[in-house]
Design a protein around this ligand. Structure first.
Ligand code: GLC
Length: 468
């Protein structure tokens, strides 16, 4: 077994090296144009220390409630709500994002845990900057664009607008349209972070989100009229930010669905991807599934988001059948989700492995999809080590000495349990009934410098990497 793992690890290193060679090629901006929308904000990053957090909890006078909350509130209206959510996130070591309804609590959190830096945040903001940095032609749309927000974008990113009744794109840095900036506060903790009797089993973060008006994930009426022009020459679209909607706001959801259909109609060849997010309100997740996810081609999820969607579209017994976060469990759930929603492609990222499920009609060969997953892992690892957005150079130079053993073991276990072809162990590809199952072990850091935005780098690399 151990030698199998060693051999397989060497094999995957070769696969990774081949992708690195390929990653050195320059993107062709004439051919590769990606449109990203809708959520961009500024993230303030707060690194947690054990002692400081303990002190703050002690002083809060509500230590008992904060430390024992099993189901922390899904909205934050007080310091205690915030601390209960933060502690729960550390205990479960899983990513969480909750909206803050009380400005005083947000200000108090800043005082207790002063921010270390400000960065581009929001899935759209992060993906736009990352993809543009790779040399891809990127158009990014976010409805609320203050001067400060605009200044955080890469100079190459373009912004769509209507000028004298005509559609145009301009440098996003010169396109500000509002005085309001959306700020999210990110509280990051390391692997091994100790709090009382618990220790976090991986590095992760809690996001105290803001929900200012004017950030709704759709195009203005003016831009909507220019959708055919706006999506001319675009090969891929990545949509995100629906977590800021309210459940049952059907007027918005109908409009969003109609706009997605218009985009698809204007250019049937382009692929539309939805990047999922942490959503605590099941009603909202149901609306996103019904109006958005069912109308796109592709979806990107982490392990938490898989269960979020699965709990809306699958029966409970399917959800409970497999151990949480095993490759087999995530594959079964991912394939069932893709089928239920009529998606051509779904990818899932988890610590140690990534997988993709692509319909046989998907226009990209499974080998390309696999290579794009490897590309995503190289980029994610470069991000984890540097803490900033990776460049083409970083991806090319990424060291390959930490291929996840756990990932390889999961691939071996899946091959055995589903009686997949032997070749799956080294190619990561297996032909199933109406789809290909693709799984790769990832490269992992023991101590990532940052975790926020990791999913965005992974998903946009995996989706855009198919064009390399
Ligand atoms: C969500 C958060 C944002 C963060 C991003 C990272 O969009 O709202 O603050 O930057 O996730 O993926």
């Amino acid at each position: 077994m151990a030698s199998d793992i060693k051999q397989l690890s060497a094999h995957w290193r070769t696969n990774y090296r081949a992708v690195q060679e390929m990653s050195a090629r320059k993107w062709n901006p004439e051919k590769e144009r990606i449109f990203v929308a809708f959520n961009a904000n500024i993230d303030t990053v707060h690194k947690l220390s054990e002692k400081n957090l303990e002190n703050v909890i002690e002083k809060s006078g509500a230590k008992k409630r904060i430390s024992s909350e099993k189901n922390p509130p899904k909205k934050i209206a007080s310091k205690e709500d915030f601390l209960a959510n933060l502690v729960y996130t550390i205990k479960t070591s899983s990513a969480r994002e909750i909206a803050c309804q009380d400005n005083e609590t947000a200000k108090w959190a800043d005082k207790c845990f002063p921010p270390k830096e400000e960065r581009t945040g929001g899935q759209t903001g992060i993906m736009a900057n990352y993809l543009a940095g790779l040399g891809i032609d990127v158009i990014a749309y976010t409805p609320l664009l203050s001067e400060k927000q605009a200044s955080f974008f890469d100079a190459q990113v373009k912004y769509p607008l209507v000028k004298n009744s005509k559609f145009a794109t301009v440098a996003i840095k010169r396109a500000s349209n509002s005085e309001h900036t959306k700020i999210n506060r990110i509280f990051e903790f390391k692997k091994g972070f100790k709090l009382g009797s618990t220790t976090s089993c991986r590095a992760n973060r809690f996001i105290l989100a803001s929900r200012p008006k004017g950030t709704e994930p759709y195009f203005s009426k003016e831009l909507e009229a220019h959708i055919p022009k706006m999506f001319q020459g675009v090969n891929r679209v990545i949509l995100s930010g629906y977590q800021s909607e309210k459940a049952c706001n059907l007027a918005h959801f109908r409009k969003e669905k109609m706009q997605i259909k218009k985009i698809k109609k204007s250019n049937p060849k382009l692929m539309i991807h939805l990047e999922e997010a942490f959503i605590s309100d099941k009603g909202l997740e149901k609306d996103i599934v019904e109006y958005i996810a069912k109308n796109v081609d592709s979806i990107g999820m982490n392990e938490v988001e898989v269960r979020q969607i699965a709990s809306c579209v699958l029966q409970k017994r399917v959800l409970e059948k497999y151990p949480k976060n095993s490759l087999e469990g995530l594959y079964i759930l991912g394939a069932a989700i893709a089928k239920k929603l009529g998606l051509q492609r779904a990818h899932i990222h988890y610590l140690g492995f990534y997988l993709a499920i692509v319909n046989k009609k998907y226009p990209i060969q499974p080998e390309k999809v696999r290579d794009a997953l490897l590309y995503a892992s190289l980029a994610a690892e470069a991000r984890a080590q540097k803490g900033t957005l990776p460049t083409r150079k970083d991806i090319f130079a990424q060291k390959l000495n930490n291929i996840s053993e756990k990932g390889i073991q999961e691939i071996m276990a899946l091959q055995k349990s589903l009686h997949l072809c032997e070749g799956f162990l080294t190619t990561g590809i297996c032909e199933m009934d109406d789809h290909y199952l693709i799984a790769v072990p990832t490269i992992i850091s023991k101590h990532p410098k940052t975790t926020v935005g990791m999913g965005d780098v992974i998903s946009s690399s995996a989706f855009a990497g198919e064009l390399l």
